[in-house]
Design a binder for this molecule. Structure first.
Ligand code: C2O
Ligand code: CU
Ligand code: CU
Length: 494
């Protein structure tokens, strides 16, 4: 595969720009230092589209354009004329009608990541295709007891997901709290990475980078490079953070500030624990309470070693941005001015989810995540090896095959086994997973996740209540290049 994929070549053609085939990722930044990203801009918030009276009707148009990335105009993809797309704000029980218009050069579609809604028909159905020039009306009904919190949307058309997300197609979804808000200020921080080529367009990717999972050399928050936030001492803010990166893990720290973890994915803590560091695998979200303390603090993404394709390469080499041990600055918080008196921390409202550790388990399954270089497969990397090796239980994704049939209303236990030298973040649509054990170490409490990190040569045990909805959907690795290469399976609940 050439460095510039067919898709991106088409995209550049569509923009009427010269498609440079210079594969050198980051040339634009590294050779033209006058074009280095602009930092220190005030953090901007995506536009919001909020429901009222139990409904939200909105349109999302996916199209190429010149959008601000790191303070410079770059050739990218966006929803409604920008990246990130608008934030959808909903309440439990709402009906959401979304028209997706596709002005891209390639097929696309829409997935609402983490939402507990039906996968049938024009619901959260990733088997639908919206071809270039076409549009589709989606309709979703949130159950009245839908968990509040942070979710996100992105395209899910198999084979093109990583390219489209890397180029800027993603946005946040907020499901409103039932009770009083835990903080006076609410911010959305969508963290993404991308690479621009010599012409300032989102760059294509090599086969080797797809196999490793591409990591961009620009790390952005809401499309900005190290933007600035300000607060007064004592103020309490809620930061809703999504890891929208195709493959990069985010080990986040905000030294000098008091941090509490309100929740991760669709799970919330009854009493938010104090934390120093939060690890977000691709696709994970976290809601943090920040109680501002005087001074300047930097939100950093510290290096995380997720392994590599081959054991020989060792962990933390080539494919990874080995990086500065102090990490990359994502955003800077300046706390200054007169003291504010924060409201007391309120515990998460809403019913606690049932603890599945004491549930009756109807079926136990094992899902083995495999890569071409994993155990049991010989041979070195090379063109002959092909891409057939990104599998679950030895099989590449086939949308016509149903891999897992589950009886509606039952609870299952799945052991997720990783037989490769790199971590894989495992994601199941529609139904949240409760973490039961990590590498045989039992997990305390009711910890719900939509994306579970399965460590290299390790395993995780989860339990899932297949309640409320039936129909066909998918589970996959959320390193989106791996999903596109085939590490995805079809589940049918009936
Ligand atoms: Cu966020 Cu199937 O994906
Ligand atoms: Cu999802
Ligand atoms: Cu993977």
């Amino acid at each position: 595969m050439p460095p510039l994929s067919r898709r991106n070549a088409l995209l550049l053609g569509g923009l009427g720009l010269a498609g440079t085939a210079a594969g050198g990722a980051g040339l634009w930044w590294s050779l033209r230092t006058d074009q280095s990203p602009v930092t220190g801009e005030p953090l901007r918030q995506p536009e919001t589209l909020g429901s009222s009276g139990g409904r939200l009707e909105a349109s999302l148009e996916a199209a190429p354009g010149r959008f601000a990335l790191g303070g410079r105009l770059a050739g990218a993809l966006g929803y409604n004329g920008g990246t990130p797309g608008p934030t959808l704000v909903l309440s439990p029980g709402d009906v959401l009608k979304l028209r997706l218009g596709n002005k891209l050069a390639d097929p696309s579609n829409l997935h609402l990541h983490g939402l507990h809604v039906s996968p049938l028909g024009n619901g959260d159905n990733v088997f639908l295709t919206v071809n270039p020039g076409r549009s589709l009306d989606y309709e979703y009904r949130l159950p009245p007891d839908h968990p509040p919190g942070l979710y996100w949307y992105h395209p899910h058309h198999h084979g093109g997901v990583a390219d489209q997300v890397f180029a800027g197609l993603f946005g946040a979804i907020i499901v409103r709290d039932r009770g009083p808000a835990p903080a006076g200020t609410d911010r959305v921080l969508l963290v993404s990475d991308t690479t621009l080529d010599g012409a300032g367009n989102v760059a294509g990717t090599s086969t080797a980078d797809r196999m490793a999972g591409r990591e961009g050399n620009l790390l952005l928050v809401n499309g900005q490079a190290n933007p600035r936030l300000t607060a007064r001492p004592g103020e309490r803010e809620r930061w809703r953070i999504v890891n929208c990166c195709v493959a990069r893990y985010l080990r986040l720290r905000l030294d000098g500030q008091k941090l509490q973890l309100l929740g991760m994915d669709s799970g919330r803590y009854g009493r938010p624990p104090d934390v120093q560091e939060v690890l977000l695998a691709p696709g994970n979200r976290a809601e943090l309470l920040v109680t501002a303390a005087l001074g300047r603090s930097v939100l950093r993404a510290l290096p995380y070693d997720r392994g590599t394709m081959t054991m020989m390469a060792g962990r933390g080499s080539a494919a990874q941005d080995a990086g500065d041990p102090s990490g990359t600055a994502l955003a800077t918080l300046d706390v200054e001015g007169g003291r504010a008196s924060p409201a007391p921390v309120v515990a998460a409202a809403g019913a606690a989810p049932p603890d599945l550790r004491s549930a009756v388990v109807a079926a136990r399954r094992q899902l083995v995540l495999g890569t071409p270089m994993g155990s049991g497969m010989g041979g070195g990397p090379g063109p002959g090896m092909g891409m057939a090796g990104f599998t679950i239980n030895g099989l590449r994704f086939d949308e016509l095959r149903t891999d897992t049939v589950v009886a509606a209303g039952t609870v299952e236990e799945w052991v997720l086994v990783n037989r490769s030298f790199m971590d894989h973040p495992f994601h199941l649509h529609i139904w949240p997973m409760q973490l039961i054990a990590e590498n045989d170490r039992p997990v305390e409490g009711t910890i719900l996740r939509d994306v579970v990190n399965v460590p290299a040569n390790g395993q995780c045990t989860v339990r899932i209540a297949f309640r409320d909805f039936s129909g066909r959907s998918v589970y996959h690795c959320h390193i989106l290049d791996h999903e596109d290469l085939g590490m995805m399976g079809v589940i049918e609940v009936r």
